[in-house]
Design a protein around this ligand. Structure first.
Ligand code: BGC
Length: 254
């Protein structure tokens, strides 16, 4: 059994658990604390320290993976679409390593969710190009080709009809505009997934994010040539993928 600690930093909550990265099972309770208002780096780091302390001895000495809603290049957070601008250009991995006194693997949240689906879920054993999108406050994306992640794809920020796609098609856009599932699917999601399909010709779309639990309300309304299925990992996708990425495998990420 290979164990690692996965931490998922989101806009409203920060979650962590110990994971068996061979089976994808959680080996501890899932500890969840609210994301501090403003989402600034030091405050988020303090919350992560608290989560690790709550997990107690089980988290000692195991690899730690942290996922975060931004472009993450060589441990540095390079964007901040829905979080504090203080993250832009920050060496987040080094900052976390210094405070926690251990090795950290810092990755994008949707990439972590994509890796969780490859290892344990809907993308397992799927050949060709899989595109996972998470529909939440923003739209996150993970591109996986023959089981290998191509990181930081940021397909939520495609410009469609002169607008940043996530501002129209994310779950929070649905809520903000008080759209029914039908309207959201047929007007906003259809346009979004058709554009992504045209650009990338994927073999499979996977849809994650909290709203994917209601997939029956909107996925059947989409008219696409590409199969589109809900994510299997749901709430724990970020934790599982971050933990999996923290364990270095000789053959690569997935
Ligand atoms: C960010 C991505 C992130 C996604 C989901 C987007 O606004 O740019 O990095 O993966 O939200 O959290």
């Amino acid at each position: 059994m290979t164990t690692a600690l996965g931490i998922d930093i989101g806009g409203t909550g920060i979650k962590g658990a110990l994971v068996d990265v061979d089976s994808g099972e959680l080996l501890s309770d899932r500890v969840k604390l609210a994301t501090p208002a403003g989402g600034e780096p030091e405050a988020i780091l303090a919350t992560v320290v608290e989560i690790i302390a709550k997990l107690g001895g089980v988290a000692d000495g195991v690899p730690v993976g942290v996922c975060f809603p931004a472009i993450v290049k060589n441990g540095k957070t390079m964007s901040a679409a829905n979080v504090s601008k203080k993250w832009i250009g920050l060496d987040a991995e080094a900052l976390f390593e210094k405070t926690l006194g251990r090795d950290i693997t810092f990755v994008n949240d949707a990439d972590a969710a994509g890796v969780a689906e490859v290892r344990f879920g809907a993308a397992k054993g799927v050949d060709g190009l899989v595109i996972l999108t998470t529909l939440g406050t923003g739209i996150g994306s993970a591109m996986i080709y023959n089981g290998v992640l191509v990181p930081n794809s940021e397909l939520g920020h495609l410009e469609i009809g002169g607008k940043d796609a996530e501002t129209r098609a994310s779950f929070s856009a649905k809520e903000r505009s008080r759209l029914s599932f039908h309207k959201w699917a047929t007007k906003r999601l259809q346009k979004y997934y058709s554009a992504v399909e045209f650009l990338f010709s994927p073999d499979l779309f996977i849809v994650g994010g909290g709203v994917s639990k209601s997939h029956e309300e909107f996925l059947p309304l989409l008219n696409l040539a590409t199969p589109i299925v809900p994510a299997k990992m749901r709430n724990n996708a970020g934790i599982l993928g971050a933990a999996a990425l923290a364990v270095k495998t000789p053959e690569g990420v997935a």
